[in-house]
Design a protein around this ligand. Structure first.
Ligand code: GLU
Length: 281
């Protein structure tokens, strides 16, 4: 009798776990697994159009420093690479994606700022970049002040666009796109005179085979961009786990490997690994 009950329970448990697996292995539209461990999957926000940082390759795979950081962190949270579902989070969508629970965390060249901290929490920082300019190889733009009266491209919802308007070149004719890949096309066609964002991103574009020799970075350190991993406001448990994962990534030298693998081809001279919780102003 007892045995029969036990096997009935085991059978029920098996059915349940099969159902859970079927849901978890689905297309991710499932509300139940929104960004969390629910269905054995984790949704992570990244960029899709930033070579060297977050890029969706033509074959559907993902590459870049943010992708490697996200994959390392996910592993520490208990998810193998095949349990990750990457979701595109454009610059202007990041806070809302976290608030809605679309993703568990975001690793997408996401600078920690006081304004953003009103809406989301940040683990990290895990990289320090600087705002810079990308111009045509024969351009005479060398300083931010050269941009006044010129056509400049950046991305809506980025610190780069904000800094230009508030600070560096308020008289530039700023064209905002939803992604940096649109800006690079405008720069190539001559619709804009410069593209501004983090040097890490610009170096990745400049090193692309199809753009080799066409562009140059101005080499200006216009700002400090402390990249953090965004989590939903109040999700302290995830935040603490991510900070522990980032610390381990640095101490185990997996961080150095990710830097070499992703920034090496672009010859991007990165800053040393930041200390968790220390923001460079
Ligand atoms: N790191 C800057 C930011 O978070 C610029 C890059 C981006 O748009 O992701 O706004």
């Amino acid at each position: 009798m007892k045995l029969r009950k036990a096997s009935a329970a085991a059978a029920a448990a098996l059915v349940l776990s099969l159902t859970a697996t079927a849901c978890g292995g689905g297309d991710g539209d499932n509300e139940g697994d929104s960004g969390s461990s629910g269905g054995g999957k984790i949704k992570i926000g990244i960029k899709y159009d930033q070579p060297g940082l977050g890029l969706k390759e033509p074959d559907g795979t993902f590459s870049g420093f943010d992708v490697d950081v996200a994959t390392y962190v996910a592993k520490e949270l208990g998810y193998d690479a095949d349990q990750i579902e990457f979701v595109e989070t454009k610059s202007a969508d990041r806070e809302n994606a976290l608030a809605r629970g679309d993703v568990k965390f975001i690793a997408a060249t996401y600078s920690i700022t006081d304004e953003r901290k009103q809406k989301v929490d940040f683990a990290g920082p895990y990289l320090l970049a600087h705002q810079d300019l990308l111009v045509k190889a024969d351009s005479d733009i060398t300083e931010a002040t050269d941009l006044n009266g010129k056509n400049l491209c950046s991305v809506t919802g980025s610190t780069s666009a904000q800094n230009v308007k508030n600070d560096f070149a308020p008289k530039a004719n700023l064209k905002e796109n939803s992604g940096y890949s649109e800006c690079i096309s405008s720069l190539q066609s001559g619709t804009v005179d410069a593209l501004t964002t983090d040097d890490s991103i610009l170096a990745g574009f400049a090193a692309q085979e199809q753009y080799k020799g066409q562009f140059k970075l101005a080499g200006l350190k216009l700002s400090n961009e402390n990249y953090g991993i965004g989590v939903k406001k109040g999700d302290t448990e995830t935040l603490n786990k991510i900070n522990a994962a980032l610390e381990k990534m640095v101490s185990s030298k997996a961080w150095d490997k990710a830097v070499k693998d992703n920034f090496g081809p672009a010859k991007y001279k990165n800053e040393p690994a930041p200390k968790i919780g220390v923001i460079v102003q």
